[in-house]
Design a protein around this ligand. Structure first.
Ligand code: KG4
Ligand code: ZN
Length: 358
């Protein structure tokens, strides 16, 4: 039987809506994967509205503006997705939304719309953990992974290494004790006078710089565990900028950007390889916005190749926040028999929520 899931993402500064289709396994069907009969989910359509331009003037996300903009965008995006997929709203079987973590007001928009649609249509709704969406997102790629794998989750708010044994089977191996890797990119970029979000801008500037020109710290590189710390890095960037004086030349800024990117990537790389070694797993998934970083991709690919490890990424347009990963996670949860589907439409959001507790 075909199951169609409408996914709504509104946890931060992107409104995403998508429709994912899954052929539900027949009762009693078997597969050799140990995960029950798996079928490959198919993305029928997805649409996204980024609020980056709106928040740029403030140098970061303004939660109240984010919520109001999600309200404006979500239904037109949903209409667009359904039209492009040639699917009627009545033919949607399940409505999924990001339940957390994220900005409370922003999450409430997606949750409210999902529950209202579900109630009006008499269809079930399912709240999804945002990071579960990110870590399962490579299942929509041309080269999907198989379980188990190590996941490096690197977004604006999170930096975590997880052991993933199946849908809903997530064990935390290590995480940041302060700033996330994306935050380190964003805050350093802000100090360098680059726009918001800083990650892509800093990575672009770094292309013209020499990373050897500055010696920046790699916190917790030799800590012996799989935790990260990035808060000290922005302080080091600030100190270097102060040394350069009031108007540093473009080359010095590019050099500092390159050194910052290299410091972040060095730590992410070393800890990821340590996680692979500690678990003995031969597969790694890299997900979340920072996963789009080219240097991280290239260096991880090279090191993993030497070790016979397969690296899986979501398609580039699904690296940052989107509705497809939320619809996908919901479909995979239902398929794995792990969905707390609700029909009471009493929605709640979880602005703070540990993935390992899902
Ligand atoms: O996963 P995401 O879209 O949103 C959150 O859930 O936080 O991640 C956004 C983060 C931002 O910090 C952004 O600067 C960073 O991902 N990012 C990048 C790149 N593209 C996005 N960081 C480094 N290099 C990139 N190419
Ligand atoms: Zn995200």
């Amino acid at each position: 039987m075909v199951m169609r899931v409408l996914g709504i993402e509104s946890s931060c500064d992107e409104t995403g809506v998508a429709l994912v289709e899954l052929n539900e396994p027949q009762p009693g069907a078997q597969s050799g994967s140990g995960e029950g009969a798996q079928t490959v989910p198919r993305l029928l359509a997805h649409a996204l509205h980024s609020q980056v331009d709106m928040h740029q003037a403030y140098g970061g996300v303004v939660p109240e503006l984010a919520s109001r903009d999600h309200i404006r965008r979500v239904l037109p995006l949903a209409r667009d997705v359904l039209a492009r997929a040639h699917v009627e709203l009545a033919d949607v079987d399940l409505i999924a939304y990001t339940q957390g973590p994220g900005l409370a007001g922003a999450l409430l928009v997606g949750a409210g719309v999902a529950c209202a649609l579900g109630s009006a249509l008499g269809k079930p709704v399912l709240g999804i953990h945002h990071l579960e969406g990110h870590l399962l997102s490579p299942f929509l790629s041309a080269d999907p992974p198989s379980f188990p794998f190590v996941a490096l989750l690197v977004s604006g708010g999170h930096t975590q290494l997880m052991r993933v044994d199946g849908v809903g089977r997530y064990a935390l191996l290590g995480e940041t004790v302060d700033d996330a890797a994306g935050e380190a990119f964003d805050k350093s970029a802000k100090l360098l006078g680059l726009g918001y979000p800083g990650g892509p801008a800093l990575a672009r500037l770094a292309e013209h710089g020499n990373a050897q020109s500055f010696d920046l710290p790699r916190p917790l590189l030799h800590s012996g565990n799989l935790d990260f710390s990035f808060a000290g890095l922005k302080t080091a960037v600030r100190v270097q900028l102060e040394r350069l004086g009031s108007s540093p030349c473009d080359q010095a800024k590019a050099d500092l950007a390159a050194a910052t990117q290299t410091a972040i990537v060095d730590v992410l790389l070393k800890k990821s390889l340590a996680a692979l070694k500690a678990t003995g797993l031969k597969r790694i998934v890299v997900a979340g916005g920072v996963g789009a970083n080219r240097m991280l991709r290239e260096r991880l690919a090279a090191e993993c190749k030497k070790r016979g490890v397969r690296v899986h990424h979501p398609e580039l347009d699904l690296c940052t926040d989107n509705g497809a990963m939320i619809a996908l996670a919901a479909a995979m949860r239902v398929q794995a028999g792990q969905a707390a589907v609700r029909r009471d439409y009493a929605f709640e959001v979880k602005p703070r929520w540990e993935l390992a507790s899902v």
